[in-house]
Ligand binder design. Structure first.
Ligand SMILES: Cc1ncc(COP(=O)(O)O)c(C=O)c1O
Length: 355
């Protein structure tokens, strides 16, 4: 039987919520009433066979790329699926970072790829080390997959390292898929998309995590025009045409991106300060500090995070994501950017549960 599910997604949809919910990865929902949009201008049906041109143009302008390189998708989830499905044949080697966002592994397994891993180690601050990638590359490698910012740690990979990864991929005719869904949470000197680094780069992203409009499911892929067409044709087998109304609202969101981003930024920044002070006081846990991003990957120095998180939920009504979903059972992931009062109380409760 082929792999046909995601344990992480199922857990996230059915068990992640608690009164003090630190099991999040995106920022607070941005309400429709705060989005300057003329409701009269909305419509249910319109022309969007292979994407709604104004939305493709907005995405292209956001990244400084040709609209021919933009493929609309239902969130970064579908973007990752389409990108991988268009590239991978059964048996192809796909080299994926470890720790990884679970659904990326699930997609590769579903596509019957031969999944290989390269390690991002906590000792090196979860950095991508090109020598480690190089040591796992073979002539059969078809794709290297990374997230930037990294989920779960939020570590930013610099352009110089990405360029080296591109060189390594090119040396064996492979491609590099960079999931950049969190990249715009780098609020200052936001790096340009890695799509500009060379033709071996394919990028996925969406408005779901950093902009608070996850419900619009506005996602996309950046790929070279021929590959982009392959992905659009493949999507004919999945969701065929996008939701037109969602596309209109997504265009309105693109017109207000700074408003959406800055609103979330204030919460993310406050939460990060709280987290920094909190971690400095705790002996039982530690985390690589990051300047940006909406998640932090915390190590429980002595013990099993699953058991700790069960106790945290049952006794303290607080949730975080178990590290087992990132194949690191001694860790757990905390999310920032939703509500600072809730975040502060959640941290207090973690502290009480640790005591
Ligand atoms: C790295 C990564 N990629 C993709 C997704 C899915 O995002 P979307 O809601 O845009 O489908 C997530 C969600 O947590 C994620 O963390």
């Amino acid at each position: 039987m082929r792999h046909k599910h995601s344990d992480y997604m199922h857990w996230s949809k059915t068990q992640s919520r608690a009164r003090f919910n630190l099991a999040t990865s995106g920022v607070a929902p941005f309400p429709l009433r705060e989005l300057p949009v003329n409701l009269e201008s909305l419509e249910i049906n319109g022309i969007n066979d292979y994407g709604y041109a104004p939305l493709q143009q907005a995405i292209a302008a956001h990244h400084g790329v040709n609209p021919e390189c933009v493929v609309e998708s239902a969130g970064t989830s579908m973007a990752n699926h389409l990108a991988m499905a268009a590239i991978i044949e059964p048996g192809d080697e796909v080299l994926i970072e470890h720790p990884a966002y679970g659904p990326i592994l699930d997609i590769a397994r579903y596509l019957e790829a031969n999944v290989k891993r390269f390690r991002r180690s906590e000792e090196s601050g979860w950095a991508i080390e090109p020598a480690e990638v190089r040591s796992h590359i073979t002539p059969k490698t078809r794709l290297i997959v990374i997230t930037n910012l990294h989920n779960p740690t939020s570590v930013l990979t610099p352009g110089s390292v990405l360029r080296e990864i591109g060189d390594i991929a090119r040396s064996v005719g492979a491609l590099v898929l960079v999931d950049e869904v969190y990249l715009d949470a780098v609020y200052e000197k936001t790096p340009r998309t890695s799509f500009h680094l060379g033709p071996e780069f394919i990028v996925t992203s969406s408005l779901t995590k950093v902009y608070g409009v996850s419900g619009l499911r506005c996602g996309w892929i950046l790929a070279q025009p021929d590959l982009a067409w392959k992905m659009r044709r493949l999507n004919d087998l999945y969701s065929a045409t996008p939701v037109y109304l969602g596309e209109l609202l997504s265009v309105a969101a693109f017109q207000q991106l700074n408003l959406l981003r800055e609103k979330a930024r204030r919460i993310v920044d406050s939460d990060r300060k709280l987290l920094r002070d909190f971690l400095a006081q705790q002996q039982a846990i530690s985390a690589v500090e990051t300047k940006w991003g909406t998640t932090s990957f915390v190590r429980l120095r002595d013990g099993n995070a699953d058991k700790f998180l069960e106790r945290l939920r049952s006794g303290f009504d607080t949730s975080a994501v178990p590290g087992r979903f990132f194949e690191m059972p001694d860790h757990f992931r905390i999310g920032m950017g939703v509500n600072t009062e809730m975040f502060a109380e959640g941290l207090d409760r973690i502290s009480d549960a640790l005591a």
